[in-house]
Write a protein that binds this ligand. Structure first.
Ligand code: NI
Length: 177
């Protein structure tokens, strides 16, 4: 699967809920996970591969060499707590840049798994940040929409430079000659 790059209008669409228990989601999730690992991402949302459905794949266990993707269908943040933390984020759809984004440090997310069971997960650290980032994608938001107005202007400038320098998905910074 190819990664859809900003500013493709596909990335600005609000995605439709998945039919819970839909068997075809297994194949989609498998392909998405494969694409995520191939591009060295820690998360991927369906619109990033051109599918306007509410499904994300996340694996923030960067210490482990084992691939253990978590598939979240129709994910919803039901509670957030802890401090709001600003940290740099990259995105496979916006290669070559890192953008400061404010996120809740702890979230509780409700979702369905591939078997159609309702699940809840508590996440913090990178997992919390990544899940919030991927859910933003389902609502048509990329790094540019999630950043503060000032950071957004800087990010748009940086992105032009990165694209001109040939940035590829998985790169969060590009050496500019
Ligand atoms: Ni992203």
């Amino acid at each position: 699967m190819d990664i859809v790059l900003a500013p493709d209008p596909i990335l600005r669409q609000v995605c439709e809920p998945c039919e819970v228990g839909d068997k075809s989601l297994k194949k989609l999730a498998k392909e998405m996970a494969k694409t995520m690992y191939k591009n060295e991402g820690v998360g991927l949302a369906a619109p990033q591969v051109g599918v306007l459905k509410r499904i994300i794949v996340v694996d923030c266990d960067i210490e482990s060499s084992k691939k253990n993707p978590v598939v979240l269908i129709n994910p919803e943040i039901v509670d957030s707590s802890g401090d709001v933390v600003i940290d740099g984020e990259g995105c496979l759809s916006c290669p070559g840049i890192t953008v400061p984004i404010a996120r809740a440090s702890e979230v509780r997310v409700r979702y369905f798994d591939l078997d159609g069971s309702e699940c809840e997960m508590e996440a913090d650290g990178l997992w919390a940040r990544c899940i919030q980032h991927e859910i933003d994608h389902l609502d048509g938001k990329t790094l540019f929409e999630s950043a503060s107005p000032l950071d957004r202007l800087q990010a748009l400038q940086d992105y032009d430079v990165a694209l001109a320098a040939g940035a590829k998905p998985g790169e969060t910074s590009v050496k500019v000659r």
